[in-house]
Design a protein around this ligand. Structure first.
Ligand code: SF4
Length: 324
């Protein structure tokens, strides 16, 4: 990929667990542990994995909402991890986030107009009150709402409408990249498709780039150009959406895919039930982190040596000793 818009390199984020009378670090949660990927301008990368695998922490580190422990994040040729002060604030215009919970992410005491307009004020993007109002109306209409919604409060809206408000707020500063952090997980299935369609339309209209985080492979299938699968803080597979869905290589991806319903009743897919629970990220397994649940593991290799993420044909990357 030439000149990606976003490049994440060896990203690490540990969370300290403190204890004792001196509140010293007694342990660490290995939330993100050496994650690397790139996203081209105008592309959507789906980032998928079970809850607690580090996908949301990755998204928040990219926006510096959480400080990375180590690693680099490059956006449009600039090292985001090295920026501070005004430069970081300016960069916040180019990178926005849409949160999972449209109920918790909107301030209930603010009108919709004030919520969407906040960023316009912070970044001085409207010169007059009239321009401010016109911009808010235009943003509301862009996401399928109307001008009279501007003076209402979040509790007056349905979940799907609230997520539209969240999208309008993200769009207010004309960003280049949006981290969509499980934007449809809290919505009814019938509403999920509408919000995903809206995000696709907006991407085309404004040439947006998305990192689309989800815990379910079926959600990211249609919106993503490529998909990365995470397990216990690491990426185990990255491929084009078509390749990943038609010929997954990693046994964890195979298990996730086996749970995705197929609309065609003629096509049967055998469900792969993984044994055991996801191990604790405080003490992740040695070697391949998936080896405690992997149906094809080979011991002792898989429990002692960590498989690197290797590139195969057609940009299909996999971290497995036996596949790829
Ligand atoms: Fe399974 Fe071994 Fe491959 Fe890990 S490296 S996914 S344990 S076969």
């Amino acid at each position: 990929m030439s000149d990606p818009l976003l490049r994440v390199k060896d990203l690490v984020r540990y969370f300290s667990i403190k204890g004792g009378i001196f509140s010293r670090e007694v342990d660490r949660v290995h939330a993100v542990d050496g994650v690397s990927f790139e996203i081209a301008a105008g592309e959507t990368l789906g980032l998928v994995g079970e809850s607690g695998c580090g996908k949301s922490t990755t998204g928040r580190c990219i926006l510096r909402l959480i400080e990375p422990t180590a690693g680099e994040i490059w956006f449009a040729g600039r090292n985001v991890t090295a920026l501070g002060g005004e430069a970081l604030r300016a960069l916040a215009r180019d990178m926005q986030i849409i949160f999972q919970d449209p109920y918790a992410s909107l301030n209930p005491r603010m009108t919709v107009g004030a919520i969407i307009g906040e960023a316009l004020i912070i970044h001085k993007l409207a010169k007059t009150p009239r321009e401010f109002e016109e911009r808010i109306v235009s943003l509301l209409e862009t996401v399928g709402l109307s001008a009279d919604h501007m003076r209402r409060y979040p509790h007056e809206f349905s979940g799907g409408q609230r997520q539209r408000i969240g999208i309008a707020r993200a769009l207010a500063v004309s960003p280049k990249l949006i981290v969509c952090d499980e934007p449809v997980s809290a919505l009814d299935v019938s509403i999920q498709a509408q919000v995903i369609n809206l995000l696709e339309d907006l991407q085309e209209q404004f040439n947006l780039t998305y990192l689309f985080i989800a815990h379910d492979l079926s959600v990211v299938e249609h919106i993503s150009n490529r998909v990365a699968v995470m397990y216990l803080g690491r990426i185990v597979e990255i491929a084009s959406a078509h390749d990943l869905y038609t010929r997954p290589l990693h046994p964890y991806t195979e298990a996730l895919l086996s749970a995705v319903p197929i609309p065609d009743p003629e096509v049967k897919r055998q469900r792969i039930m993984l044994q055991g629970d996801v191990p604790s990220p405080i003490r992740p397994p040695t070697g391949c982190r998936f080896h405690t649940r992997c149906p094809i593991r080979e011991l002792p290799l898989c429990s002692t040596e960590s498989p690197p993420l290797k590139q195969g044909a057609d940009g299909h990357w996999v971290a497995c000793h036996l596949r790829g």
